[in-house]
Design a protein around this ligand. Structure first.
Ligand code: ADP
Length: 162
């Protein structure tokens, strides 16, 4: 039986879509570890520590969640937490090919690590961190897609970036 689910990702920044997946997972597993990738292929707006801090704020209401940073391969990180599963979110069809490829590659690397996919509420199906960043940069309102503190941090960061 699996008691721990590790939810790895970039979380640059965490959105309500991510939180939706964490909330669902928290009802299925004893503990959810949100694993924030320190180095990623994507170039991040926020540092890993900032991404961790925002994830902590946005998930404060969920009791069985902890936020950690990790380096290297996500699947290795999951393997090292004995018996954990990897949790991923599946949005629209566009995610499917990529997520399937990752899950199969991860199985080749660590056969015993299972990947579990959860789907968010339909209103978050097309939501991504990039979309939130783009809308805020253009002066739009993202209130329904991210925690207010996350939005504040985004506004400050993007103002400094200009
Ligand atoms: P990564 O760089 O690993 O894709 P992300 O932070 O973009 O990191 O996403 C982490 C996980 O969360 C992925 O499985 C992604 O599909 C999922 N995810 C991202 N946004 C949403 C959303 N709006 N609803 C559900 N799952 C999501």
């Amino acid at each position: 039986m699996h008691d721990i689910a590790i939810y790895p990702g970039t979380f640059d920044p965490i959105t309500n879509g991510h939180v939706d997946i964490i909330e669902r997972g928290s009802k299925m597993f004893g503990k959810i570890v949100v694993a924030v990738a320190e180095q990623t292929a994507k170039s991040c707006l926020f540092t890993a520590d900032e991404r961790v801090e925002m994830a902590k704020i946005a998930t404060k209401h969920i009791k069985n969640v902890i936020i950690e940073k990790f380096t290297g391969l996500a699947v290795e990180y999951v393997k090292n937490q004995n018996g954990a599963v990897m949790l991923r979110g599946l949005r629209a069809v566009s995610d499917f090919e990529y997520e399937l490829q990752m899950a199969l590659a991860n199985r080749e690397l660590c056969e015993n690590v299972e990947t579990v996919f959860l789907t968010p509420k339909s209103k978050y199906l097309y939501l991504s961190s990039s979309l939130v960043k783009q809308i805020i940069s253009a002066g739009g309102d993202v209130q329904q897609w991210a925690h207010e503190k996350v939005i504040e941090k985004l506004k400050t960061k993007l103002a400094f970036d200009k």
